[in-house]
Design a protein around this ligand. Sequence first.
Ligand code: FNR
Length: 205
Amino acid sequence: MADVAFASGRNIRVLGLSGSMRRNSYNTALLRAAQELAPCNMTVELYDLSAIPMYNEDLRDRGYPPTVSQLRQDIHTSDAILIASPEYNRSVPALLKNAIDWASRRPDQPFKGKPIAIMGVSNGALGAAFANYHLRQIFVYLDAQLINGPEVMIGNATQKFDETGRLIDEPTRTFVASHLERLMALAVNTRNVMITHRAATATAT
Ligand code: FNR
């Protein structure tokens, strides 16, 4: 895996989006665990969505707000997206849905073809499964490339993380690591396809 990534030139850069702004968020803690567990040659950057305004078509008509332009650009230039989101009332929290809605507008919808992995944690038993599946539905519509499995739905959060927010449950850590391996493979493959496509286009012109 590492050799393939090196062959394509640089590290795999992953944007980590948390669906929670809570200081002691389990989902943000899960992204921090992903930073530790990521394969070599993959970096996971935690992205702050808190400054994204609520979507308003009138605002967009005046041009994307700077925080939204930055988000859209960062999605474009990243190799992959890693989401960790709680479930609010059996669906996607407004923070994350709002950011996706802003980013998804034309031109150059940045999620198209983007490798995306979706994880979630909750205190309950179901591990934010409904939010996970609503996110999948959204990203199918936006024509992203999703990691199908293993599905990372972590329930009973208080037993899986310690009081400092470290993911301490070993089977869960192994599971998350294998999810990231899948994301790495898809991101490397996607980048190599793009490089080949660009080279073919350049030769043809
Ligand atoms: C929740 N929570 C919750 N949990 C769940 O398993 N299913 C649900 O539908 C909901 N709904 C819900 C709605 C709202 C408005 C809140 C604030 C919370 C509980 C939620 O999973 C829990 O608070 C998580 O710890 C939130 O994630 P972070 O902030 O720890 O990442």
